[in-house]
Design a protein around this ligand. Sequence first.
Ligand code: PGA
Length: 232
Amino acid sequence: RLADMRGLREGRLTLAIVSTAQYFLPRLLGQFCDANPGIEVALTVTNRQAVLARLAASEDDLCILGTPPEGLDVVARAIADNPLVLIARPDHPLAGEVNIPPERVAREPFLLRERGSGTRLTVERFFRARGLTLPMRMELGSNEAIKQAVIGGLGLGALSRDTLALEGTTGALKVLDVAGFPLLRQWQVAYPRGKHLSVVAQAFLDHLVAHARQAVEAGPTIARIAKEAAQE
Ligand code: PGA
């Protein structure tokens, strides 16, 4: 289409994304803004509960969540895989074990995100469904805080795998081999049903559908490049 080839000359795009999506979405935005330099973007990064509230109030053009929004009259499309993993420090006794039973993991102190986090909701649901409660050592308000606390030896953590895009190969964090994990989820792009999408919003939605999978899968490559750059 001619309009696609020329790029969208101007417009404003407002997005609300869950905090775990900030590890891949900016790369997609980078490509999109390169092709459409006239566009102004406002990006709100917050947790699931806050994104759902913004979605219900139709505050943004598009929202990105880690799992489908429940209980809202919205259009949601899966755009890429979003596995959730459990992590430990590499010298943790469980780090070298395979097929660890969930019951064993549930005896370890856990670092959990704040209430309202989709990451926390997913991991708590998994253990609750097995009659288990995770012993919470500490509640932390961000994915980076969880990583640093795990590195600090405070306990085990649960994170969307994509949040490890940069640490992937540095060896500071180890993904545990727990039975039932990774929990398979899919990134979702959502907007209120019946909402009129602007030309820019529709173009970015199409860009997500076409390229999100590839951007998510590029995470490990980015980790390798970062590691190589650090060694030079
Ligand atoms: P969140 O991310 O924990 O920042 O709400 C949502 C998710 O990955 O499910």
